[in-house]
Design a protein around this ligand. Structure first.
Ligand SMILES: NC(=O)c1ccc[n+]([C@@H]2O[C@H](COP(=O)([O-])OP(=O)(O)OC[C@H]3O[C@@H](n4cnc5c(N)ncnc54)[C@H](OP(=O)(O)O)[C@@H]3O)[C@@H](O)[C@H]2O)c1
Length: 354
């Protein structure tokens, strides 16, 4: 096992979401930490167990479990040596820490009915996740309107639900999303206009040729001032040539520039366009987190999207203003070539730096 396995299993638990504390990944349920990767470099995962649970795990498998040194460890915080651990053991240990956290959360909720602070914007809500200490444990939740009924919209909307956000998914014909909605009952479905009005954050995941038309249906007033994650690619109706997709834009143009020009009040951020839908939410690679290339004119919108990408298990590389979409959108062509030519669809890009 390794850190990616630890992350994958932690995030498979109900309501679990990834967060970060001083740059180190942690795993939370209802905003409270039950496991971390703070000692990843030493080959450990960390579990927040009770002292009694720690004693049992350490006595059962001392070659894998050991108390974290100091006061934290005396309170139950426990290292898991990842290399010798196996899937079932790690699942059992993570589930124990997760269950303890869920039970503690329920007790806290009973003792004091929570006072709900309604954050005013997506940016403000996302900023809460980067605050240290107790503040970072507040529930980080955005209202997201996802425009699209295809596989990308469904995957991203389910990812947002998984990470605790409130979601409405939209289509010209919302009934075609009934099955998705049955599997994701916490979310709702509506028209493009209803989903856009609902979202503080909007995700645009529709056929590239239809993207501007969908935003017109969504309504310009529901887009103004909002961050729009643009996952679309300008793929033409013509078939690929020797595995290379054909675009309806030229090399010195991009779809997102066209959208930004038509909807100047919206803050478009290109993201998720250069990876297959199966890898979009918390992908697991032996080499660590892959890189999502983003672009857009608004720094705060990019900050919001960067926080979201962090939850979704991605490193972010900001390539600059909207014009950088001219370089990001064709990454989709590059990404698809191994798929069309060799039926390989599981890769992702990673930026290496010295
Ligand atoms: N597939 C992937 O793995 C992947 C990966 C990265 C990026 N992308 C990009 O993500 C976007 C979504 O891809 P997808 O495969 O999920 O879905 P898609 O089949 O490309 O698009 C389906 C969506 O487009 C809308 N649409 C199609 N024609 C329309 C029209 N004439 N007017 C209004 N809406 C129309 C549909 O609306 P209704 O709901 O009303 O039918 C539906 O919501 C694309 O731009 C694609 O290039 C795809």
């Amino acid at each position: 096992m390794d850190a990616n396995d630890f992350r994958r299993i932690a995030l498979s638990l109900e309501g679990a979401a990834e967060g970060a504390h001083f740059g180190q990944a942690d795993f939370r349920v209802d905003g409270r930490i039950f496991a971390t990767l703070a000692a990843e470099k030493q080959g450990f995962g960390n579990l927040m167990l009770s002292p009694e649970q720690q004693t049992i795990f350490v006595s059962e498998a001392p070659e894998i479990f050991l108390p974290i040194p100091g006061g934290w460890g005396r309170n139950g915080a426990t290292h898991v040596r990842l290399a010798p651990a196996h899937e079932d053991l790690l699942l059992g240990a993570l589930r124990t820490a997760w269950k303890l956290r869920v039970e503690k959360n329920q007790k806290t909720r009973k003792r004091a009915a929570p006072t709900r602070t309604r954050a005013k914007s997506a940016k403000k809500i996302m900023e809460l996740s980067s605050l240290p200490g107790n503040l970072s444990r507040r529930r980080v939740r955005m209202k997201a309107g996802v425009l699209g009924s295809g596989v990308v919209a469904q995957v991203l909307a389910a990812g947002l639900v998984k990470h605790g956000h409130k979601v409405m998914i939209g289509s010209r014909d919302p009934e075609k999303l009934a099955d998705w909605n049955e599997k994701n009952p916490q979310a709702s479905r509506g028209t493009f206009a209803e989903a856009a009005a609902f979202g503080e954050l909007i995700v645009l995941a529709v056929k590239g040729l239809a993207a501007a038309g969908v935003l017109r249906l969504a309504g310009v007033h529901s887009l103004a001032g909002k961050t729009i994650i643009d996952a679309c690619n300008p793929i033409a109706d013509a078939p690929p040539v020797k595995g290379v997709l054909q675009f309806f834009t030229g090399p010195n143009q991009s779809l997102m520039e066209q959208l930004q020009e038509e909807f100047p009040e919206a803050h478009f951020v290109k993201a998720f366009s250069s990876v297959g839908n199966m890898q979009m939410v918390n992908p697991s690679y032996a080499e660590g987190r892959p890189t999502m290339f983003i672009s857009g004119n608004d720094a705060d919108a990019k900050k919001t999207v960067t926080s979201l990408l962090d939850q979704f298990g991605w490193d972010t590389a900001d390539m600059g203003d909207v014009e950088a979409s001219r370089a990001i959108e064709p990454l989709c062509m590059l990404w698809c070539i191994p798929g069309f030519v060799r039926n390989e669809w599981t890769h992702a890009f990673k930026m290496l730096r010295k």
